[in-house]
Design a protein around this ligand. Structure first.
Ligand SMILES: C[S@@+](CC[C@H](N)C(=O)[O-])C[C@H]1O[C@@H](n2cnc3c(N)ncnc32)[C@H](O)[C@@H]1O
Length: 263
């Protein structure tokens, strides 16, 4: 039977580093969308697969003492139980939705792409919304822009792109859908949501992209080697090139899609 476990397991020390850099790269995007949807004092929010503390903290600051924020994850190790939001271990597929029909905002970023039964996850998230509440789902579409280096000018960039393909292959073997981002508007309409819209963005170059790539490659090194998708020399040379700051690394586009449960 194939192994469908989440590849970038939060039990690894590199997960915390990844959350720091994901926050640096995408929290501004997420917060912009949440603000645009009307996030305000008194709202009840659920952050699904929250990973690190930055989005639950930002939501808690926005909803204030009259609001409520629930942050869940299959492994909530990196969340802060005293951070002004409730933390729960929760599997968005296997566990029933918490407090069904009550949330003003349900959000998941870079979660469903990794979850093999993502249709069930979406159904559970929609069930948690109050009538009129918003679902905001943000997911990568790695096939839309699969490169680590947009400008493949030399061997270091070619190596980076080859290793990015190898990491994608590992994710696909674990059940990730690397074309999921583009399906979000249709998936949200099919889930019965109204006022569905979406946008996409990706960063190009910079320290956060470099640090995220280094943490990710170190995290999956053993799996890459075991699968014969890379060797030690290739990985070490790539990590050194990242440290030298010569790659202008980029990421897959993040597609942010939102829709509202009918009143
Ligand atoms: C790539 S991280 C993204 C974390 C955070 N949302 C962010 O954007 O920085 C994916 C997160 O989803 C969680 N996750 C994976 N499968 C899950 C599931 N079935 N239910 C809940 N969380 C899950 C992982 O543990 C991890 O924290």
């Amino acid at each position: 039977m194939s192994d469908r476990r989440y590849l970038l397991d939060n039990a690894r020390v590199e997960a915390g580093e990844r959350f720091t850099w994901l926050a640096e790269l995408f929290d501004g995007v997420t917060r912009g969308h949440a603000d645009w949807l009307g996030l305000s004092p008194g709202w009840r929010c659920w952050d699904v697969g929250a990973g690190g503390p930055s989005i639950p903290e930002a939501l808690a600051a926005a909803v204030g003492p009259t609001g409520y924020v629930l942050a869940t994850d299959i492994n909530p190790t990196w969340l802060n139980a005293t951070g002004g939001y409730e933390v729960r271990q929760h599997d968005v597929v296997a566990d029933p939705p918490p407090q069904p029909g009550t949330f003003d905002l349900v959000h998941a970023r870079l979660v469903l792409v990794h979850v093999p039964d993502r249709a069930r996850a979406l159904t559970n998230m929609v069930a948690a919304l109050r009538p009129g509440g918003w679902l905001l789902v943000e997911d990568a579409d790695t096939e839309l822009q699969p490169l680590a280096c947009l400008d493949e000018v030399g061997p270091a960039q070619q190596r980076a792109n080859r290793l990015r393909r190898a990491v994608r292959e590992l994710m696909t073997r674990r059940g990730a859908d690397l074309r999921y981002g583009r399906t979000l508007p249709q998936a949200l309409r099919a889930a019965g949501l109204t006022d569905v819209a979406a946008t996409g963005c990706f960063p190009v170059g910079g320290v956060a992209c470099d640090r995220l790539e280094a943490a990710t490659v170190r995290m999956v090194r053993a799996e890459l080697l075991a699968a014969g998708l890379a060797d030690d020399t290739e990985i070490d040379t790539h990590l050194a090139a990242i440290d030298a700051g010569e790659l202008d690394l980029t990421l897959a586009p993040l597609i942010s899609a939102w829709g509202r449960r009918a009143d």
